[in-house]
Design a protein around this ligand. Sequence first.
Ligand code: FAD
Length: 538
Amino acid sequence: MATSNSKQKFDAVIVGAGFAGLYQLYCLRKIGLTARVLEAGEGIGGTWFWNCYPGARCDVESFDYSYSFSKELEQEWEWSERYAPQGEILRYINHVADRFDLRKDIQLNTRVQQAIFNETTNCWTVMTESGEVFESTFCIMATGCLSIPQKPSINGLDSFKGELYFSNAWPKETVHFAGKRVGVIGTGSSGVQMVPIIAEQAAHLTVFQRTANYSVPAQNEPVSKELAREVKAHYEERRARGREAITGQYLSANEVSALEVSSEERQAEFEFRWRGAGGGFRMLRAFSDLLRDKTANKYAAEFIASKITNIVQDPAVAEVLIPKPDLPFGTKRLCVDTNYYETFNRPNVELVDIKASPIKEITPHGLCTQEREFELDMIVLATGFDAMTGALMRIDIRGIGDKRLKDKWAEGPRTYLGLAISGFPNMFVITGPGSPSVLSNMVHSIETHADWITACISRIRERGYARVEADGNAEDKWVDHVNEVANRTLYPVGNSWYVGANIPGKPRIFMPYVAGVPAYRKIIEEVAQKDYDGFVFS
Ligand code: FAD
């Protein structure tokens, strides 16, 4: 056990033990580096460790939302459903840790508080909340894009005497809803996943909705033995198709404009993606211009509105659930559900529009909106995350000249390729802002980044350099490019966590890179081929 004064030395410190931290560790070991993964949680798995609320599951199909680096792993693992539930994904991650003997280099219950670059030694000094100190040449941030919960600042929150849960810090013990009056605040992906399950068990469920978002049916189903055999027989081709798709997962994208077809054809295409064809994110690829052209986008929005009107029996409730025109379709993460809209036909479920009548306060026995009082036994907060920058901004990261990342990013995040930050040498970020990240199949993007970082580190070591840093001009150009590409789409229009709109005071910047996974991969591969163009070695 280290004392607070002794420094533990490694070639690399990796912060975070989710999909990203684990694979980065695996890669660095392969090139002979010593590495230590530091993880705040008491278990590995990141997202899938923390978010164990009822109904939590992936919305990218499990055959794609899984590591591709080991053909044996691909063949061995059995996914039970098209979209695996949280518990199964967590078992998978634990299986990976055991199978590749990763645990011995992972330290749990360890929150990193500070990381300071030493310009003399070209090393990072990483300090934890409990006072442990690590020194490493490289510091790799695998801290996650959705790992910092956004706790709403509602008056009286701490005064509530009933049970209070956060979707992203859900207890490991079973939570019992039976016989209780439950309130769920938040209707993003987590809220949409949990509402149908809680509704089946609770005496009464009140759903507090601020923003109506678009949700499409997952069409989830068990994976049959035949399907598993078929996928495994052609896994390589499936992965290759995924790599060439804009989001890193094959969704049979339609290259035709929504404006070029008749209304019957348009309707048929939307219907096909809603009902057949596997459901889920395929809706986003129904036409080539849904996220570029306002009229095309409106067609998709109208289609989903018509579905809501058909499913939800009470027209007044349907009206509240229909997204408003200031939120174009797909500009906030599309929700993928099982029976979400149907749930509002249950007699024990009520929808409350807190945009029209905001929450005034939480009381010891419930919640008051401006219009009404609600008595509740349990409140569930599904209020999202300080996305993409939250985890990094909470660490006191200091680079050259003691410059703090918090200051550098005060007006919004700036990176080169979403991988490195000028002024912060020997530091890499996995799926950082400025990369496809949360717009993609994240496991694919994580593997791409960890492979790239590993190759870059190999290069530094082969050449006997001590340090690599993103050049400031290259970073400026990249930031301009990321913004320019985003501004050609409708994405920045929506008030979403992609632009930080859910966090009061957060600078409004569209954070992910929208040009797509294949275009992005080509760019970073070319950068590497041109001897890491835009990076300075010394
Ligand atoms: P994470 O899994 O978030 O892991 C980061 C880890 O870093 C966390 O365990 C955290 O505790 C730790 N950490 C952070 N700061 C510190 C610190 N200072 N010190 C120590 N440790 C720290 N993506 C998809 O592509 N498809 C999906 O279907 C999908 N479904 C999702 C469902 C939910 C409910 C959520 C919340 C996210 C989902 N995502 C999905 C996004 C998901 O976050 C990524 O797919 C992926 O799991 C990210 O892995 P990661 O290792 O990068 O980050």
